[in-house]
Design a protein around this ligand. Structure first.
Ligand code: CAA
Length: 258
């Protein structure tokens, strides 16, 4: 598939996806959702990429939500198809076996924060504005917001954000645990790359197992989830990285993971 609404580049095993609809503040229309879906599908089969970064083109917006123009004149059935496709794309993104970073370079609203919450780590510019403003359109979040936001920040804060639809700044989002780090806007790209490079040098199998345990855990009881963690811990010993990590520690040197 040739992309026009996203720009995908890979350098040093870090794949960057830029949403490329600057004039519409990188809102997600059907074509963008399809391109993202295809890209995530390709990444799920790639052995070359170790980390994914998602960001928006331009300085003003990460993603200002679903493209509101596509809501006009559509039947509930068509809307359902679109939203389920977006959900499927974000679920696949969340399930990628490698770390995914949302580099939030501005407005991160509605479907934008929903996409960012399907990523593993969110790093935001100090100028970023985050929110679930759907209620102002007579809507509710439709791409996981009621669920992922609640799990990230708790139901009290999620209800306040979703019921009022008021946006919050990056520092407030950080204090809620909704973004991990806030950096000056001019340093966002550099700080994102530093983080991505560090993760790219990490033991990819153990990162995969850690992500699996963290993502799947809440679907189970605490005891079952801890048991699953033990199984995944043991599975790490099937990979040569654990030999390298332990040997490096014992010989007081830096590990060189494959
Ligand atoms: N969909 C379509 N177009 C959008 C858009 C969106 N979500 N957000 C912004 N745009 C367009 C504007 O219509 C405008 O286009 P024109 O230049 O052709 O008029 C352009 O982007 C620039 O936007 P503004 O002039 O509005 O810029 P601003 O600086 O005054 O305001 C903003 C920025 C506060 C982000 C404002 O654009 C805004 O509130 N956007 C809508 C945000 C929103 O409601 N998002 C949720 C969408 S619903 C959803 O996401 C459902 C879901 O759960 C999946």
């Amino acid at each position: 598939m040739t992309y026009s609404n996203i720009i995908v580049t890979t350098e040093n095993r870090i794949t960057t996806i830029k949403i490329n609809r600057e004039k519409a503040l990188n809102a997600l229309n059907e074509k963008t959702i399809e391109e993202l879906h295809d890209c995530v599908e390709q990444l799920s089969q790639s052995e070359d990429t170790k980390v994914v970064v998602i960001t928006g083109v331009g300085k003003k917006s990460f993603i200002a939500g679903a493209d509101i123009t596509m809501f006009e004149g559509k039947s509930p059935i068509t809307i359902r198809n679109i939203i389920l496709r977006l959900q499927e794309t974000l679920n696949k993104l969340e399930d990628l076996p490698i770390p995914v970073i949302a580099s939030i370079n501005g407005y991160c609203l509605g479907g934008g924060i929903e996409l960012a919450m399907a990523c593993d780590i969110r790093i935001a510019s100090n100028t970023a504005i985050v929110g679930q403003p759907e209620i102002k359109l007579g809507l509710i979040p439709g791409a996981g917001g009621t669920q992922r936001l609640t799990r990230l920040v708790g139901s009290g804060r999620a209800k306040e954000m979703i019921f009022l639809g008021e946006n919050i700044d990056a520092e407030t989002a950080k204090s809620f645990g909704l973004v991990n780090r806030v950096v000056p806007a001019e340093n966002l790209e550099e700080e994102t790359l530093k983080l991505a490079s560090r993760l790219a040098k990490g033991p990819s199998f153990a990162l995969n197992m850690a992500k699996e345990a963290i993502n799947r855990g809440p679907e189970n009881s605490l005891l079952d989830a801890i048991r699953m963690e033990g199984e995944l811990f043991a599975l790490c010993f099937a990979h040569e990285d654990v030999k390298e990590g332990v040997n490096a520690f014992l010989n007081k040197r830096k590990p060189n993971f494959k």
